[in-house]
Design a binder for this molecule. Structure first.
Ligand SMILES: [Zn+2]
Length: 243
């Protein structure tokens, strides 16, 4: 099945990758949808990471989320992030669309990157829109300032898309990219969070590489149920890519 993917990679003209939490688990970031190790297993993600919860219970919102998010800052990209960046550099891939906010594609060197759920590099004040580095939030939180405050006195929030937020501009730009694609490589996404889960349907053809089955497996040209790291190690060897 990997050979079939290689054949597609060599023959398609405009290829993008769509990645989800499953590719970052090998860097030590838990996938909140995996059974047993799920970050969200005991809480409702739509509640804890929602805009309404942030506004109604800011202290609890940051207490829960900043502890998780701040862990991402020291995490390093793994083989999948690095191979995807190498594929872009070698001209196999036009770019990467990711649902992840963990910064790992950015760290791995992906250039044409669409972070459709935002990222944890920056933040802004919900009142005056003053921009901040995400580290400022972590610093304030660690000093006991919860919720983190702008100089105007209002709350600073990270530039991530929370449940209940409108999608960011990267999503609409990614959608335009997918419509141009003749191949989309879906990696490590359970394709359960909308509207991103529908993106593959806008593409001529797509393949899915994910440990668990997804709702779109029936519509994919190729489905590989394995860890992203193993599959991309093999892809890199077959394409003679250094990463
Ligand atoms: Zn402000």
């Amino acid at each position: 099945m990997i050979d079939q993917v290689i054949q597609f990679l060599k023959s398609a003209q405009y290829i993008m990758a769509l990645t989800g939490a499953g590719i970052s688990t090998e860097s030590g970031i838990p996938d909140y949808r995996s059974k047993g190790i799920g970050l969200w297993e005991k809480v409702d993600p739509a509640e804890m990471a929602s805009i309404s919860y942030m506004l109604s219970n800011p202290k609890e919102f940051f207490e829960f989320n900043i502890r998780q998010w701040s862990k991402y800052m020291d995490v390093e990209p793994n083989i999948t992030h690095r191979v995807l960046a190498a594929m872009e550099k070698a001209g196999y891939l036009h770019g990467v669309i990711t649902q992840n906010i963990d910064n790992l594609h950015y760290k791995a060197g992906s250039k044409n990157l669409f972070e459709v759920h935002g990222h944890l590099r920056t933040a802004h004040c919900i009142n005056c829109a003053e921009k901040y580095n995400f580290k400022e939030l972590v610093m304030q939180f660690s000093e006991g300032i919860n919720p983190p405050r702008c100089t105007c006195g209002c709350l600073i929030r990270p530039d991530v898309v929370l449940f209940g937020d409108p999608m960011c501009s990267d999503f609409y730009r990614a959608l335009e990219q997918v419509k141009k694609c003749d191949l989309l490589i879906v990696v490590g996404s359970s394709l359960q969070v909308y509207p991103v889960a529908e993106l593959p349907l806008y593409c001529e053809k797509f393949v899915i590489i994910n440990q668990e089955p997804t709702p779109l497996d029936d519509r994919a040209e190729v489905v590989i149920h394995n860890t992203a790291g193993k599959v991309f190690d093999s892809i890199a060897h077959k394409l003679n890519l250094y990463y």
